[in-house]
Design a protein around this ligand. Structure first.
Ligand code: 5AD
Ligand code: SF4
Length: 459
C-alpha cells in the first residue's frame, strides 16, 4: 500500500508542489513510482487556470476511480487548485474520491494517506472522502523539501504563495489566496542545501516574484526584498545560474533592472507576461500598465543585457477583443520580438470579475487568432535560434535526451534547449557547445572538448 504516483497539471508552481509532496511522502516511507499502473495511490495535482485543464483532471480522476472496482484498496486523491476552486462540489462529479486537498495543505498529505490506509486496513466500511481545504497561516513555508539524497541539476524553489492582483480573468487569487512570502534566510538555506547536493541552477517561483516580501520585509538601500534575495542567491557557492518566474510589469523597478549584468549568475532570460498589445484590453483585464510601459521596461533590460531572451503570456479572445485590438497585439509581438510565448485562448473562470462578461468571442475566432500569433512566434523563434548557428555557448547539462544513444540535453543561459553527443559524466556540468543546427524549439550542437575538464571529457 505504499507506492504513490503523482500526476501534475499546470504551471511550474504545481510541479514544485508535487515534488515537495513526493519528498515528504518518501521521508514517511512511501515510494514514488513513475508508472501509474504500479501505484497503490494516485494523486492528481490540478490546475484551474483554464476550464480545459480542469476537465482533463476530472476525466482522469473518474477513469482512475473505475480501477477501484478491480482493486478496492486503490486510492485516488485530488490536490491543488481545482480542489480549492471546486471544493466539496467536486464530490458530486467524483463521489468515489478518497482525498481532496487544497493549495495550503500539501504538507498534510502524508498524514492523510497514513490515516486513509490504516482505516482501509481496519475492518470497518470504506472511509468517506477526506477533505482538507482550509487556509493555513504559514503554509508558504511548507513547500521546502526536495527529494533526499537525489541531485537535481536544476531545481525550482518556491519563494512565495498567492497573488494580490485582481486581473479580471484570473482564478489564481481565489485558488492560491493572498500573497505570502517566505523569509529570505529560509529560502537561502534551502538553496545552500540544494547546492551542497550538486544543484547548479535555481528557478525562483511565485505568482508575482517581483512583489516578493513587499509587505513583510523592508527595502534596504532602495532595494526591494526580491532584489535582496537575488543578491543573496547570487552569493551562494555552487549555484551557477539563477532564473525566476513570473514577474509582473507593475512594480518592476530600476533596482531589479539593474540586476541584469550586475549579478553574474542571473541568466539573460526573462518570462515577462504581456497578456495583450491593446491598452484598452489591458485596462479591461485590470492589468495596471500600458504597452508603452511594458516596452520601456524591456528596453531598459535589453540596454543592460543586449543578449536577453524574452518569453511572454498572451490571452486571445478576451471579451471585447476586436480585430483592431488583436492587430495591435500582433504588431507589438513583431516589434518586441518574443523568443518564446504561451498563447492562451480565453476561458471564463468562476468568481472572476470577467465572469459576468461571458464568452462572446466565437471559438473559431479564438482559434484563428491563436494560430496567427503562433505563426509569428515560430518565425521569430526560428530566426533567433538560427542566429546561434556557429556560436559556442555555455550549456548546463541536465541529463540524457529522450531519444538517441549517447545524446544529452541541456540549456543555454537564454533557456534554449540544446541536444548533443555526450557522456553521463557531463551531467551537472557547464560545458561549451558549438551550435550546428537550429529548429524552432531545439538547438543541435557539438561539445567543445578542449573547454571541458579533461577527466570528464574522456569519452
Ligand atoms: N483564460 C485564458 N488564459 C488565462 N490565463 C490566466 N487566466 C486565464 C483565462 N481565464 C493565462 C495568463 C497567465 C497564464 C499563466 O495563464 O496568460 O499569464
Ligand atoms: Fe493571475 Fe494576474 Fe495574479 Fe498573474 S498577476 S496570478 S494573471 S491575478
Amino acid at each position: 500500500m505504499n507506492r504513490v504516483h503523482i500526476k501534475t497539471y499546470g504551471c511550474q508552481m504545481n510541479e514544485r508542489d508535487s515534488e515537495a509532496v513526493a519528498a515528504m511522502l518518501r521521508t514517511r516511507g512511501y515510494s514514488i513510482v513513475d508508472d501509474e499502473a504500479e501505484a497503490d495511490v494516485v494523486l492528481l495535482n490540478t490546475c484551474s487556470v483554464r476550464d480545459q485543464a480542469e476537465q482533463k483532471a476530472i476525466g482522469k480522476a473518474s477513469h482512475l476511480n473505475r480501477r477501484k472496482k478491480r482493486n478496492p484498496n486503490f486510492l485516488v486523491g485530488v490536490m491543488g487548485c481545482m480542489a480549492q476552486n471546486r471544493g466539496s462540489d467536486l464530490l458530486d462529479r467524483l463521489p468515489d474520491l478518497d482525498l481532496l486537498v487544497g493549495t495550503q495543505k500539501f504538507h498534510a498529505v502524508p498524514d492523510h494517506l497514513d490515516n486513509l490506509i490504516s482505516s482501509l486496513q481496519g475492518q470497518g466500511p470504506r472511509p468517506s472522502t477526506l477533505v482538507d481545504l482550509e487556509a493555513e497561516e504559514g503554509s508558504q513555508n511548507t513547500i521546502r523539501d526536495h527529494a533526499p539524497g537525489e541531485r537535481q541539476v536544476s531545481a525550482f524553489v518556491s519563494i512565495m504563495q498567492g497573488c494580490n492582483m485582481k486581473c479580471s480573468y484570473c482564478i489564481v487569487p481565489k485558488t492560491r489566496g493572498p500573497e505570502r512570502g517566505r523569509p529570505i534566510d529560509d529560502i537561502v538555506a534551502e538553496i545552500e542545501q540544494l547546492a551542497a547536493n550538486g544543484t547548479k541552477e535555481v528557478t525562483l517561483l511565485g505568482q508575482i516574484v517581483n512583489q516578493y516580501g513587499i509587505r513583510e520585509f523592508p527595502f534596504v538601500d532602495g532595494k526591494s526584498p526580491f532584489v535582496q534575495l537575488l543578491e543573496r542567491v547570487n552569493a551562494i557557492e555552487g549555484i551557477e545560474r539563477i532564473r525566476f518566474t513570473s514577474p509582473h510589469p507593475s512594480g518592476f523597478k530600476q533596482d531589479l533592472i539593474d540586476c541584469y549584468g550586475r549579478l553574474e549568475k542571473l541568466c539573460e532570460y526573462i518570462h515577462f507576461p504581456l497578456q495583450s498589445g491593446s491598452d484598452k484590453l489591458l485596462k479591461a483585464m485590470r492589468r495596471p500598465y500600458t504597452v508603452e510601459k511594458f516596452r520601456r521596461i524591456l528596453d531598459a533590460m535589453r540596454a543592460r543585457c543586449p543578449d536577453l531572451w524574452v518569453s511572454t503570456d498572451v490571452i486571445v479572445g478576451y471579451p471585447g477583443e476586436t480585430e483592431e485590438d488583436f492587430d495591435m497585439t500582433c504588431e507589438v509581438f513583431e516589434q518586441i520580438g518574443f523568443d518564446m510565448a504561451f498563447i492562451f485562448k480565453y476561458s471564463v473562470r468562476p468568481d472572476t470579475t470577467a465572469e459576468a462578461l461571458g464568452d462572446p468571442i466565437p471559438a473559431e475566432v479564438k482559434d484563428a487568432r491563436n494560430k496567427l500569433l503562433l505563426d509569428k512566434l515560430q518565425a521569430r523563434s526560428l530566426a533567433r535560434n538560427q542566429s546561434l548557428v556557429g556560436q559556442t555557448l555555455e550549456v548546463l547539462v541536465e541529463g540524457p535526451a529522450r531519444r538517441g544513444e549517447n545524446r544529452f540535453t541541456g540549456r543555454t543561459r537564454g533557456y534554449r534547449k540544446v541536444v548533443f553527443d555526450g557522456n553521463e559524466r557531463l551531467v551537472g556540468q557547464l560545458v561549451p557547445v558549438t551550435i550546428r543546427e537550429a529548429t524552432v524549439t531545439t538547438l543541435d550542437g557539438e561539445l567543445v572538448l578542449s573547454g571541458v575538464d579533461a577527466d570528464v571529457a574522456a569519452l
